[in-house]
Write a protein that binds this ligand. Structure first.
Ligand code: FES
Ligand code: FES
Length: 154
């Protein structure tokens, strides 16, 4: 599979979950495991550009596909992605546990709907839980990243 632009291959047990592959084989630990029930979204990554919960996929199901984790979101020059910048500017994180998943869920949401309403952001993030309950600022960060209609956030 391709992860954050780099190709890699490994033999893994067919029961290995993608999130465990990312954390334990690829060494990318931003995707967190927050539940055993596919309900928290802390493990969200992009699969071929769309957000998925990486605890709901087997690693082998990602064979030949493109994965983006939050480690691969900033530009090569270290420039933060607009959604990352908005999180920083709007205080969109507290403990940070949900943040990688929230950021990627918002990246995916803004690709599908570049200028969502607040309600659309809230419903788009229904699958991502923040145990610090920082939802207000997370939603404000998403709206700030979308901007006032001056072009699509990446
Ligand atoms: Fe994947 Fe909670 S760890 S949804
Ligand atoms: Fe702590 Fe969301 S910032 S879980």
């Amino acid at each position: 599979m391709t992860i954050n632009g780099g190709q890699q291959a490994a033999y893994v047990e067919d029961r290995m979950l993608l999130v465990h592959y990312l954390r334990d084989v690829a060494g990318l630990t931003a995707a967190n495991v927050g539940c055993d029930t596919s309900s928290c979204g802390a493990c969200t990554v992009l699969l071929d550009g769309e957000s998925v919960k990486s605890c709901t996929l087997l690693a082998v199901q990602a064979a030949g596909r493109e994965i983006t984790t939050v480690e691969g979101l900033a530009g090569q020059d270290g420039q933060l992605h607009p959604v990352q910048r908005a999180f920083r500017e709007r205080h969109g994180l507290q403990c940070g546990f949900c943040t990688p998943g929230m950021v990627l869920a918002i990246v995916s949401l803004l690709r599908e709907n570049p200028h969502p309403t607040e309600d659309q952001v809230r419903s788009g993030l229904e699958g991502n839980l923040c145990r610090c309950t920082g939802y207000h600022n997370i939603v404000q960060a998403a709206l700030a990243a979308a901007g006032p209609g001056d072009g699509e956030a990446r």
